[in-house]
Ligand binder design. Structure first.
Ligand SMILES: O=C(O)CCc1cccc(O)c1O
Ligand SMILES: [Fe+2]
Length: 314
């Protein structure tokens, strides 16, 4: 058994709008270096904690967490196609193990994984189905959110399950450093947008294009210091990265949504994915982590950060 971890920001805008060439090259280079390490490690299992952005999960039935027993790409932003490679029996064992640890978990035989899942798989693993992958959704977009301390609990329960497994395992956390994309918020939008937030699965190509164009336009504006997105916050991001690298996760027992929103923006709530991923790794023993990359990239509406870690447990 061995466990490694990679946590990365995502931005599905990477193929749609471009920051300065040297900035883009450095970010893509950092992803490529991590991808080389993944290929060398050749994981037998990826456990991927990620949020959704009203592509696969909606207010008609919004779970705090959900394990995909079968999953396919949601198709947003043209990232990935077809099914993920989910080891169904093992994923079901994980559901049972997490429940046995008193964490109530939703599960799905038809999960739609959006760019929160598909982008790190493409960038780190080469494709969405390259390695057996158990996708674990954590709600970070639809208020009210599960408390950060529950993301710790979820991660710990998953980590205790993984600690007993024989596979070479890669734990991945996706998203979550500061960013404030224009995702509509229930309660402050007209009825037709509420309807989308409740039941907007499988949108028409036109609706999808319009939505994505709005996000790209937001990136264009942010890069010019305009628009409605809250600025990226490197201090918040580097503080979080430092917390994860030092390995003392107690800060997340009490971290509030308001605190995250104030500095990390609306997208900052996705940090739950990193919290669960690191708690998962830590449940398997002490770990050594290092910062691989950080740069706030306005055009991509992303405090873009990457951290890797190795478990020191034998
Ligand atoms: O598709 C959307 O509505 C939001 C896309 C999006 C943009 C920038 C950073 C993100 O993390 C992100 O998810
Ligand atoms: Fe996101």
């Amino acid at each position: 058994m061995s466990i490694k971890l990679i946590c990365v920001s995502h931005s599905p805008m990477m193929d749609f709008i471009h920051p300065a060439p040297e900035v883009e090259a450095a970010a893509r280079g950092a992803f490529a270096e991590l991808a080389q390490e993944v290929a060398a490690y050749d994981p037998e299992l990826i456990v991927l904690f990620a949020p959704d952005h009203f592509n696969g999960f909606f207010y008609d039935l919004m779970p705090p967490f959900c394990i995909g027993l079968r999953a396919k790409c949601a198709g947003d932003w043209d990232i990935g196609e077809g099914p993920l490679n989910v080891p169904e029996a093992l994923a079901l064992d994980l559901v049972k193990a997490v429940q046995a640890e008193d964490v109530d978990i939703a599960y799905s035989y038809r999960m739609q994984a959006d760019h929160g899942f598909t982008q790190p798989l493409e960038l780190l693993a080469g494709s969405v189905a390259r390695y057996p992958t158990i996708p674990i959704f954590i709600n970070g977009a639809a208020k009210p959110f599960p408390p950060c301390r529950r993301a710790l609990k979820l991660g710990e329960a998953v980590g205790r399950f993984l600690a007993g497994r024989p596979e070479r395992i890669l734990v991945v956390g996706s998203g979550g450093l500061s960013h404030d994309p224009p995702t509509p918020q229930f309660g402050s939008v007209p009825p037709e947008v509420e309807e989308f937030l409740i039941a907007g699965r499988n949108p028409s190509p036109e609706a999808r294009r319009a939505r994505q164009e709005r996000v790209v336009e937001n990136g264009r504006l942010l890069a010019r210091g305009q628009g409605s997105s809250q600025p990226l916050d490197p201090d918040w991001d580097l503080g979080l990265i430092n917390t994860f690298v030092t390995g003392d996760l107690t800060r997340f027992q009490t971290m509030t949504d308001e605190e995250i929103r104030a500095q990390g923006g609306r997208g900052g709530q996705e940090i739950r994915a990193w919290i669960a991923a690191f708690a998962c790794l830590k449940a398997a023993g002490t770990y050594q982590a290092r910062t691989r990359y950080y740069h706030p990239i306005d055009a991509w509406i992303a405090g873009m950060g990457m951290v890797s870690a190795d478990s020191l447990a034998s």
